[in-house]
Design a protein around this ligand. Sequence first.
Ligand code: 13P
Length: 282
Amino acid sequence: MMIKTKDLLKDAQKKGYAVPAFNIYNLVTIQAVMETAEELRSPVILAATPGSLKFIGSDYLLALAKFTADKFSIPMTIHLDHFTDVELLKSCIKMGFRSVMIDASALPFSQNVAVVREVVEYGRNFGVSVEAELGCLPGREEGTRIQGQEVLTNPQEVPDFLNQTGVDSLAVAIGTVHGPYKAEPKLDYERLKAIREMTDVPLVLHGVSGLPSESVSLAIKLGICKINVATELKMAFSDTVKEYFAQNPAGSDPRKYLQAAKDAMKKVVAAKIQMCGSARRA
Ligand code: 13P
């Protein structure tokens, strides 16, 4: 059942859990997420980056998402993740996508506001839920910022950013990184607390792969309503395919190695759902 992201996140905020957003890449990865979420009765967000949109095809992706929403009874959305190109986003919205992240976080504050506001205003006519980022996470593919204190979200800037943009959710930089952690992750919980004190807008945590469950639980207690997971899914999937071929060098049937990869991915999805406290919320 397709639900507005805004409503999914408000329910999570009210009840004190987080909705997991899993990056997907094709039919098999969509099935891995949806089947697991349905089994555990968890609301869920399927997330696609610009690279995935290009890889899958926007028409295929939208059709798959709509079909999936009808097939499964749990609340879900298809969300466009880390889009930086406003014109591309507008064309996706026109096509039928209703949940987007416009990521202008590498730009200075006023430019970030201007870009985000353009998407919010455009999306308003279509009932689109818009996420933006204030502060900037390191480790992204398209970003230029480097890790450092100065790119963490400044709580003092939060009210102005939200008032000026009108976004429905806010991704915060509190020490997480995209991709694998090279050192032990250290989250700035005091900063998160200070941000939450500034607003009721649902907060989003990116870069959750590799974070200990206790860190995520605490972040959820302090106000995170959506968590994003990509790297751990990709690793489970590709490690299993590698292992399959190591054990079956003559193997060639995609149904066999894709089934094994899907099963491995489902285990990660299940663990993240438990970590979010989103099981049995659907
Ligand atoms: P990870 O790849 O670190 O899980 O981050 C995912 C993410 O934040 C997608 O927006």
